[in-house]
Design a protein. Structure first.
Length: 451
C-alpha cells in the first residue's frame, strides 16, 4: 500500500501537512469535532488529495448519521475505491496516533483554511496576469474578470456566516432589548419621524427604490436621507450620476444652513451670509460622507469601489442617483434586460456588504395619462424586476408639480407601496423648494395601506 501521499499539481504551494492531519485525526478521535470543522473548510481546502478523499468520506458518514471511526471510514473509502489511494487503514490509524486530543480541531481547521486562501490567491494572480495580457479584451472586461477572479478566491467559509439558532436568537435579543429599553429604531433612521415609525428604519441588506416622475424631488429626498444618516455618524457613500459634485455640495450647504439655493448659486449673498456659508462648509466637510460623480457607473465597478471603501473606512449605507443612468456590465440585447441585471446586482451588493442600498429611479410616462397621477408599482420604468428585487419601493408625489393652483403648496406624499418585511402606507412630508429639502410635515399623518 502506498505510504507517500499523492498531492495536487504544485508541491511548492503553501499548505500544512501537520494541520491537515490534525484536523482529520481530531475527527477520528471525536466524531463531533466535524461539526466545528465543517463551517470552516471544504474538502477542496485540503491540499493533499488523500486528505480530500478522507474528509469527503467523513462528510458522507456524517450525513448518513453513521459513526466516524477507522472501521466505518475504511469501509466508506473502500466503497469508493479510494482506500488504497489514501494509504489504507494503516494511515487512518496513524492519524489517530498523531492526534492526542480533538480539543483544538477548529484551530487546526483555520490553519488549513488560511493556507487554502493563499493558494487561491496565487492561482488568482496567475489568472489576472493572463487577463491583463489579453489585449483583445477592453479594460472594463478585464477589470470585471479580475473582480470575478478575486471574488472566487476570497469566497472562503467562515464560522461567522453559519450560526446555530441560539447564536442568531442571542443577536436578535440584543437588538430587541435596545429597542425596548431605549426606543431605538431597529434599522438606520431616515430622519423623518413618521417614515421611521412606519418602516422601523432601513434595514441592512435591503435594496430601496425611491421613484418618481421628473421634478418630484427624487435626488433631494435621497440626499436628505443620506445627510440625516451622515449627521448621526453613519458612513455614507453617494454616487451622483446626473449631478456634478459641486452642485451636490451646493445643495448640502443650502440644506444644512437654510440658505436659498438660487442665491447661493448666483453668489448674491450679504457679507453676513457669506460668513455663514463658510461656517456651514466647515460643518459639511466633517460629515463621514463620500461623493462620486463618475458617469456610466456599472454594478461591477460599484461593487469594487464599495468593497475597497468598506475594507478601509467602513460603510453603513449607499445611495445611487439614479438607477437608469447606470451602465451595464454586458450588452444583453435590450435596456429592459440591462436594468434587470442592474437591479439584481444592487440587491446582491446590499446583501453581500450587509448595508442598505438606495437608488433613485425614473417612472414611465403612463401615469401622466391617468387622472390620479399618484404612482403605482406598474409605473416602474423599463423593468418589472425592479419590483421583484427591491425590499422597499417608495414613491414621491407632490400635487404642486401638476397643479399650479394646488390647495397643498409644499406638501409631499411619500407612498411606501412595497415593504417586504412590514407595513405599507403614505407619509406626509413638506418640501421646501428654495432649499431643495424635504422635512417632516407640520401635520403628522400616516395612512396605512391594506396589506
Amino acid at each position: 500500500m502506498p505510504i507517500n501521499p499523492p498531492m495536487l499539481e504544485n508541491p511548492a504551494a503553501p499548505y500544512s501537512q501537520e494541520a491537515e492531519e490534525a484536523v482529520l485525526g481530531s475527527i477520528l478521535v471525536n466524531g463531533k469535532a466535524l461539526v466545528e470543522v465543517m463551517p470552516l473548510v471544504n474538502a477542496e481546502d485540503f491540499f493533499m488529495l488523500r486528505h480530500q478523499y478522507i474528509y469527503q468520506a467523513m462528510q458522507r458518514l456524517f450525513e448518513a448519521h453513521k459513526p466516524i471511526d477507522t472501521l466505518t471510514l475504511g469501509e466508506e473509502l473502500a466503497n469508493y475505491g479510494q482506500l488504497d489511494d489514501v494509504g489504507g487503514r494503516v494511515y487512518l490509524i496513524r492519524l489517530i496516533n498523531n492526534t492526542p486530543t480533538s480539543t483544538y480541531a477548529a484551530v487546526y481547521a483555520e490553519i488549513v483554511q488560511r493556507a487554502a486562501v493563499r493558494r487561491k490567491l496565487l492561482a488568482a494572480a496567475d489568472n489576472i496576469r493572463v487577463l491583463a495580457l489579453d489585449e483583445e479584451k477592453n479594460i472594463e472586461a478585464v477589470l470585471s474578470g479580475v473582480t470575478s477572479t478575486l471574488e472566487v478566491a476570497m469566497n472562503t467559509r467562515s464560522a461567522d456566516t453559519e450560526k446555530m439558532i441560539w447564536a442568531a436568537v442571542s443577536t436578535y435579543y440584543d437588538e430587541f432589548e435596545a429597542r425596548a429599553l431605549n426606543g431605538a429604531v431597529p434599522g438606520l433612521p431616515s430622519g423623518f419621524r413618521d417614515l421611521d415609525a412606519l418602516l422601523g428604519g432601513y434595514q441592512r441588506g435591503d435594496f430601496i427604490i425611491t421613484a418618481g416622475r421628473p421634478g418630484m424631488g427624487k435626488s433631494a429626498l435621497i440626499l436628505t436621507i443620506a445627510m440625516h444618516m451622515a449627521q448621526r455618524g453613519k458612513r455614507v457613500a453617494f454616487y451622483t450620476l446626473e449631478m456634478p459634485t459641486a452642485q451636490l455640495v451646493e445643495r448640502m450647504i443650502s440644506m444644512t444652513g437654510g440658505i436659498n439655493v438660487q442665491k447661493l448659486r448666483a453668489g448674491k449673498l450679504s457679507p453676513a451670509e457669506q460668513s455663514r456659508v463658510v461656517d456651514i462648509m466647515a460643518v459639511v466637510s466633517e460629515l463621514p460622507m463620500m461623493i462620486d460623480d463618475g458617469s456610466s457607473l456599472t454594478p461591477s465597478q460599484l461593487a469594487r469601489r464599495l468593497r475597497r471603501m468598506q475594507y478601509h473606512f467602513g460603510l453603513d449605507a449607499v445611495f445611487v442617483d439614479y438607477l437608469q443612468l447606470m451602465g451595464s456590465d454586458a450588452k444583453l440585447g435590450s435596456r429592459e434586460l440591462e436594468i434587470s441585471h442592474i437591479s439584481r446586482s444592487l440587491k446582491a451588493i446590499a446583501k453581500d456588504l450587509n448595508i442598505p442600498v438606495f437608488a433613485a429611479a425614473q417612472l414611465n410616462r403612463d401615469l401622466e395619462k391617468r387622472r390620479n397621477k399618484r404612482p403605482q408599482l406598474s409605473d416602474l420604468r423599463e423593468s418589472g424586476s425592479l419590483e421583484q428585487d427591491t425590499d422597499i419601493v417608495q414613491f414621491i408625489y407632490r400635487d404642486e408639480v401638476y397643479n399650479d393652483d394646488t390647495e397643498y403648496p409644499g406638501q409631499a406624499e411619500l407612498i411606501v407601496e412595497k415593504h417586504r418585511n412590514g407595513a405599507t402606507g403614505t407619509v406626509s412630508l413638506y418640501f421646501e423648494k428654495s432649499l431643495t429639502k424635504f422635512m417632516d410635515s407640520s401635520v403628522s399623518r400616516i395612512d396605512l395601506h391594506d396589506l
